[in-house]
Design a protein around this ligand. Structure first.
Ligand SMILES: [Zn+2]
Length: 404
């Protein structure tokens, strides 16, 4: 790597010379990528490098691989990933905002240039997203959902979700999140692992409530995600037109076919389960027990989805126990370990994720798109563990790693 800029520097032109390029969908050898004014100005064969590249800083990528910046579709920035999720929820909103800023920076340093938050405190996450957009703090593009919506006493009521009941109540709560700055909506359709006293396959919202949430979110043009583990809750959400099933441990063969037909994404969040079941020494026993109940069926369900040809998007559930921010590279590796090809797993963390989040300017390396790029020393398609070592990270053309 030759000269790179420091944080806050106005993005100049930069040229990635003779790299392996994963453009979000396929791989090209001996490629060149020219970045100017925060966008991808040119991409093609390095031997046809355009004249404009002459004045650009050369990002010496020889032997390296360039990919779009990674996208994590499921994080909780107000949480650090301590052993007890519920205990972590006992901080004030101002303190949660400070954690949110620090966690956003961790994401960016790991090569994650966009995150979607699926539930925090009050309007903390949308406000931090605003501060990032305004350039007050450095962070990835942040798509906030505000608070998740859950039924009274449902999963998350005591941590990341707001309690709401009835179709009218759900519509109002969706509008309130959007008014607070949310650009995505999250509903909690079933029980969950991290809330004591609610079984994982408990069906929470009624079909009418789910339909109201989906209709209202789509009316405003934003994607809506459902936390859904039990089969009835998953089916209710898929049939109502939800954009993504988060977790999805009980996706049946029939539901998988329906997801394929409708284009519903699965965001499997394998890292969240691993973080819980691999740390029985300090994660609360009720959570370990529930995690162990579902981890095998989650893997079976994931493979059913692959066989049915559904699309996957990368989401870590970062902020849950032993699941720190910046773990999208590990989630990609987990998806490969559970049966997805490396190419599809990397697409899940780039082009598929951009489609799910409805942000066409990111997720692929094409002329005119935002220059959110990562340079890796080794090709992650040969060895996904290469994703743990980003050599350079650009967000909108600005070099944010190395920080100089
Ligand atoms: Zn979550």
């Amino acid at each position: 790597m030759r000269e790179v800029g420091g944080v806050g520097r106005t993005p100049g032109a930069a040229y990635f010379a003779d790299v392996t390029l994963f453009d979000g969908r396929s791989v090209k050898q001996h490629a060149g990528v020219l970045v100017a004014e925060g966008r991808i100005a040119w991409v093609g064969a390095h031997r046809r490098v355009p004249r404009e590249a002459a004045g650009a800083r050369e990002m010496d990528g020889r032997g390296g691989t360039v990919t779009p910046g990674l996208i994590d579709c499921h994080v909780h920035l107000c949480f650090d990933g301590e052993a007890s999720f519920v205990a972590e929820a006992s901080v004030t909103e101002p303190y949660a905002a400070v954690k949110c800023v620090a966690n956003a920076r961790r994401q960016l340093a790991a090569g994650v240039t966009t995150v979607r938050d699926l539930g925090g405190f009050g309007a903390v996450v949308p406000e931090v997203g605003r501060a990032i957009d305004d350039g007050r703090v450095l962070g990835p593009r942040l798509i906030a959902s505000g608070q998740a919506l859950t039924i009274s006493g449902g999963h998350g009521w005591n941590s990341f979700a707001r309690q709401v009941d009835g179709a009218d109540g759900v519509r109002q709560a969706v509008r309130e999140q959007l008014r607070a700055g949310a650009r995505s909506i999250k509903i909690v359709a079933t029980g969950g692992v991290l809330t004591p006293g609610v079984s994982v396959d408990f069906t929470a919202f009624t079909p009418e409530e789910v339909e109201a949430a989906v209709d209202e979110a789509h009316k405003w043009g934003v994607p809506i995600a459902a936390h859904a583990i039990g089969r009835t809750g998953i089916a209710n959400c898929v049939r109502a037109g939800i954009d993504s099933i988060e977790h999805g441990a009980q996706i049946t063969a029939e539901i998988a076919r329906e997801m394929k037909e409708r284009g519903t994404f699965q965001v499997p969040t394998i890292s969240a389960l691993r973080g819980i079941v691999d740390h029985p020494e300090d994660v609360p026993p009720y959570a370990v027990e529930k995690g162990l109940q579902i981890i095998e069926m989650a893997q079976v369900a994931f493979r059913r989805g692959i066989r049915a040809g559904i699309r996957h998007a990368c989401g870590t559930d970062a902020g849950t126990p032993h699941n720190p921010h910046g773990s999208a590279p590990r989630e990609v590796a987990q998806m490969v370990a559970w049966g997805l090809t490396p190419l599809k797993a990397l697409a899940a963390a780039t082009s598929n994720a951009a489609d799910l989040l409805r942000i066409p300017e990111i997720g692929s390396v094409e002329e005119g798109k935002a220059a959110d790029l990562v340079l890796w020393d080794q090709n992650p398609l040969d060895d996904v563990s290469a994703l743990l070592r980003p050599a350079a990270v650009l967000r909108a053309g600005e070099v944010v790693r190395p920080t100089g």
